[in-house]
Design a protein. Sequence first.
Length: 276
Amino acid sequence: MQLFSTLSLSYALAVTSAAAAGLSGMHAPVILWHGMGDTCCNNDTMGWVAQIVSDELPGAFVHSVRIGNSENADQNAGFFGNLNTQLEQVCNDLAGIPELHQDVNMIGFSQGGLFLRALVQRCTWLQPKVLLTFGSPHMGVAKVPECTDPSSAMCRWMRQLASKGVYSWYIRDHVVQAQYFKDPARLSQYLQYSIFLPDINNELDKKNEQYKKRLSSLEGLVLVQFSEEQMISPPGSAWFGFTDEDGNDIPVQNTTMYKEDWLGLRKLHQANKVEF
C-alpha cells in the first residue's frame, strides 16, 4: 500500500465527515480495504489506519476487509484470484455483520479503493454514503504495478505471470492486477478479454444502469491522487483520468465515460459531491 502522513489522512477524513454532515451516516460504520501486498489487520498499516478512523470518528464501528481465514491468505488474495468471485464473497461476508446494515462510509487504499467502488455498484444491500479512495486505479493501469517490497515472492510471481500476457485466458482469470490492466494501445483486446474493469466502468456496449444509479447516489466521493505516485500508472487513474497510446494524459472531463456519464460521475461532480 502507499505511504501517507497522519495529517493527509486526517484531512481526508475531515473532508469525508464534512461530506456526510447532516446525515445519519456522519459517524456511521466504516469499511476499510487495504492495498496490494498489505493485509486487513497489520498493526503498522491497516491497524494504524483503523485507530486513526476511530479517533477521528468517535464511536464508529470499523471493519477491515479480509479475504480468507488468515492474514496470509488475505495478502495472497491481493495478488491471485478472480476479482468477480472475491467481490461476491466480500459482499456476502459483510452481510453477516449486523453493524453494517445501515448507512456506511468506505475508505480504500490503492487497489482496495477500486474494489470498494465495485462493491458500491454491485453489492445491492449495502447502503454506502461516502467513499474515500487513496491512489486507486479507477480507470485501470497501463503498466503492471511495481512491488513496494522487492523481497515479496508473491509480488514477483504476479509480475512474472503478467509479463506473459495479461489477456491470456489463465492470467486474466487468476492474476488480480491483470484484471484492471488497460493497455491504451490495445483497447479492443481489453474490452473483449478483460473480465473485470470494462464491466465495472460500464465500458461495454450494454450499460448497467444499476451501476450508474448506485454510484451517483453517493453523498460524497473523495478521490485522493498522490503527487509522487510510484505504484499506479498513470497517476491520473486515481481521478478517473487515463492516458492515450502516446502517453498523453487524458483528464476525467475529457473521457467518453465522463462526457456520456456512464457511471454517474458527472452527475455527482455537478452536484458538488466529488472532492478531487
